[in-house]
Design a protein around this ligand. Structure first.
Ligand code: SF4
Ligand code: SF4
Length: 242
């Protein structure tokens, strides 16, 4: 090998090394695409179809399902079995049991499309695995939505009728005295905030957040059941609910 050839080979080798290092450096600075599953929680795309789930009404904190049964008729695999009842103080029937046989579900979406109340959608739950398919034969979707409803009630405290009466009496000025400004308890209840529909709660109900104010016991006899007790009474009607 001549000297010129050796220099040329050395130059080309060095140039190739620099090109490779430039590509390596550029890729090293890009964000990582690898997720450390199962330690990382994966964000499923919008069109991901997990098992179906009941949807909570963000205004009332109650399931939207009216137990009309259209999803039962639309399901080609006979996966859905439900019950409903008309509760005290409600104008329409509402769901009291909703069982899904996920071992038969083809995720076709017919139930979601036919629902007139937008009361069911697909969850983003991807960790649904087992060695025994029987575990998916009776998924209690009503118990799950009741847990979400209880959490909603804890984060959206409503004034009880007894508290409203006490508040009204407190703001009425005594005879001959100047009217006093209304206390802070007369503030309206916080506006309902929509719950993330992607929320999936499979654990038992958690304790209330520490920033939720404790409800004071009413000083006057409570005339009727308070709104928050609805979820508890509903759960009592369904042994499957947690
Ligand atoms: S997605 Fe299809 S198969 Fe599954 S429960 Fe709904 S209608 Fe039935
Ligand atoms: S999920 Fe929808 S279609 Fe099915 S019973 Fe409830 S309201 Fe009717």
């Amino acid at each position: 090998m001549s000297l010129a050839s050796a220099i040329r080979e050395t130059y080309l080798g060095f140039k190739s090394l620099l090109i490779g290092m430039r590509i390596t450096g550029r890729e090293a600075l890009k964000p990582s695409l690898t997720s450390q599953y199962p330690h990382d929680t994966l964000k499923m795309p919008a069109r991901f179809r997990g098992h179906i789930q009941l949807v909570l009404d963000p205004a009332t904190g109650r399931p939207r399902c009216t137990a009309c049964g259209l999803c039962v008729k639309a399901c080609p695999s006979g996966c859905i079995d439900l019950d409903g009842l008309k509760r005290e103080g409600e104008k329409k029937k509402s769901v009291s049991r909703y069982d899904l046989d996920f071992s038969m579900c083809s995720l076709c979406g017919s139930c979601v499309e036919v629902c007139p109340s937008d009361a069911i959608d697909f969850s983003k739950q991807y960790n649904v695995v087992s060695f025994n398919r029987e575990q998916f034969a009776h998924m209690d979707l009503y118990a799950k939505i009741e847990t979400e409803s209880r959490l909603w009630a804890q984060t959206h405290p409503q004034p009880t009728p007894a508290a409203a009466v006490a508040t009204t009496a407190a703001v009425v000025p005594a005879a001959g005295s100047a009217p006093s400004p209304a206390p802070s308890a007369t503030k309206p209840a916080p506006a309902a905030v929509a719950i993330d529909p992607d929320i999936t709660i499979i654990a038992p109900a958690r304790a209330a957040p520490s920033n939720v104010p404790a409800t004071k016991p009413p000083t006057a006899p409570a005339p009727t059941a308070a709104p928050q007790s609805d979820a508890a009474s509903t759960a009592a009607t369904n042994p499957g609910a947690q």
